[in-house]
Design a protein around this ligand. Sequence first.
Ligand code: AMP
Length: 356
Amino acid sequence: MTQTPYAPGSTIGILGGGQLGRMIALAAARLGYRCHIFTPETDSPAAQVSAACTVAAYDDRAALTAFAQAVDVVTLEFENVPVETLEFLAQTVPVRPGARALAVAQDRVTEKMFFNTFTETAPWRAVDSEADLVAAVAALGTPSILKTTRLGYDGKGQARIDAGTDLAEAWASIGRAPAILEGFVTFEREISVIVARAPDGTEEAYCPVQNEHRHHILDTTTAPAPIPDAVAEVAMDIARRAAADLDLVGLLAVEMFVTADGRVLVNEMAPRPHNSGHWTMDACYTDQFEQLVRAVCGLPLGSPQHRCGAVMRNLLGDDAHDWHTILSDPKARLHLYGKAEARPGRKMGHVIILSE
Ligand code: AMP
């Protein structure tokens, strides 16, 4: 196994072929690296801009073995890669971040327990049956939110519980799968922090940003978040502490709620680049994708400082067809992901407007 740093010219393996992989590969190419994508999807956004691609299932051992032998280091852009896939690859090649961070991120109960060792989250109860749900609602009250512990994203696998909600129906609506009930947080705003951590433990955090969702999908990110410095410091410390406790190498994004009285409650984390970090591509000295490449390759981390503020807006589904109008603002920074089919709600690209 080659020792770090992996010099430019090395090959970075990326699990997942979506837009995050595409933007990692573009940043890697700028620094002289090659990327090899592993994804079950053909013509994926990441493969379109990478040196090599393996199209295979995440449990295809033969394909994984060949992939591990063809790359120098592996990272991921997709959170639902099976933990066993990472463990299998790690027998042959360094995998950054490792299985632990992914395992915590994939299970909302494990994630809450992890964060509660050092900080606050919404109050919660594990729910494995309808009877558990009845008891959890009695304990936490309404409104509350029932979420499957695994494989939920963009609001899928969630049900809001109000005073009159039929609990049997709510339990059925999420597929009677292992779940968590969370007390509803009356937040003033939602923020996130992305931190990079290098193999030697060095960390660099981006400033907190404010996120607004529409239909449970990120709509806009405003950077920096308009919050007091003291609250920003608390949020950045939470992200740094989480990355250190997980001994993570790579990026960790932590989504948090800020209440009117300035409390910061963790919602969830992702051990990969994050949609709320896309603004860094045009506004920071080092963007999140380059920072990930630096971290996984053992290069010095770059400055996460922003040169100006920014607003990032996601282009979902047909929004991306407006590319011509968007480009008619000469200062708008348009990023498109090369996806052929603009299904409703699908992330097709984003646009960044920098503040003067
Ligand atoms: P999640 O899938 O956990 O990121 O939830 C999606 C969105 O639902 C969040 O970004 C919040 O806007 C909202 N949400 C999730 N959990 C809670 C909660 N416990 N209290 C209030 N709003 C929540």
